[in-house]
Design a protein. Structure first.
Length: 316
């Protein structure tokens, strides 16, 4: 089983299963607002793991209320947005869930063999491909939404970003290097224990060493986060002012989302991003390779529950 979340970021979430990677790849705040919207259906699929069917059943409402919190829909926008979300979920259920079940089944099989860092990087590429499928399907609705936004709604989005950034500063920009390393290690172990169960002290020591070896520059990730947010706000204000055609807006949004999903978006960040990606791939490989047969069986059972839910949802 391979897995790699973008790490070395403020999130530093590298998790063990493909399903968990999907959840965190989408929901981490470094990612752009439009990109998160376009793949939030995937998050609803995975969220809550043990209650997947319930979470997916409520996914349309989750997406709507999440998005409304960012832009504060007008009465005219509400019915159209709800309709578009409903259509996206219908398409997703009919065309994507069986593929997820196959992906998770492959993950079960991969648990039984050694994992390399290259395997983990390959997994990220497969994940990105599936996320972009949802993005492409959502692009027309995203373009309609962007064209309908009013200046006050873009201002509302800016304030929401500012509030989120303040929370991030409190979470990620406090303390020294040792405290920050400990914080991201604990977040990683919380997810690792969900999938694999308890780890021995010896295992934890090896995982902690690999975790601490990852590059750590939360200030740079904060700068990256702010830059992406400002680019989106500028883009939305440009669309609102110039009112280009729908196809042109789709092209503009697709370019922005492509940049969001590209880990090396800015040349000055390339060295850190490359080192972070490589270090996280090694951490994931270590985690799987030191897991005991009992721990791997625990992960396989978690995955089987997801597989069964994906298959059941796909035929409903």
């Amino acid at each position: 089983m391979h897995a790699l979340a973008h790490a070395g970021s403020e999130n530093d979430n590298v998790h063990r299963s493909r399903g968990d990677v999907i959840q965190n790849f989408i929901m981490r705040s470094r990612r752009g607002f439009l990109a998160k919207l376009s793949v939030l259906a995937l998050a609803c699929l995975i969220a809550g793991c043990s209650a997947l069917r319930l979470g997916y059943a409520n996914g349309e409402s989750v997406v709507y209320w999440w998005l409304d919190g960012y832009v504060d829909f007008t009465s005219e926008q509400k019915p159209l947005v709800k309709s578009q979300i409903r259509q996206l979920f219908a398409w997703h259920r009919a065309t994507q869930l069986q593929d997820y079940a196959r992906l998770l089944a492959q993950a079960q099989q991969d648990l039984q063999r050694p994992l390399t860092a290259a395997d983990a990087l390959e997994d990220y590429a497969a994940l990105k491909k599936r996320a972009m499928l949802v993005t492409d399907k959502a692009l027309p609705a995203l373009a309609d939404l962007a064209l309908s936004l009013q200046p006050k709604q873009i201002d509302h989005l800016a304030r929401k970003f500012a509030a989120n950034n303040e929370k991030y500063r409190k979470d990620a920009l406090q303390g020294g290097v040792e405290e920050r390393q400990r914080f991201r290690f604990k977040k990683f172990m919380k997810q690792a224990e969900y999938w694999f169960g308890d780890f021995s002290a010896q295992q934890e020591a090896r995982i902690r060493a690999a975790s601490d070896a990852r590059p750590l520059d939360n200030e740079l990730w904060m700068a990256d986060r702010l830059r992406r947010q400002q680019e989106l706000l500028r883009l939305l204000r440009k669309i609102q002012a110039e009112r280009p055609g729908r196809e042109a807006v789709m092209t503009m949004l697709r370019s922005y989302i492509d940049a969001v999903f590209n880990i090396v978006s800015y040349d000055e960040h390339k060295a850190l991003f490359d080192a972070s990606q490589d270090a996280n791939a090694k951490l994931v490989a270590l985690l799987v390779n030191i897991a005991t047969p009992q721990q791997k069986a625990h992960a396989a059972k978690r995955l089987q529950s997801l597989i069964e839910d994906c298959r059941a949802l796909a035929v409903q």
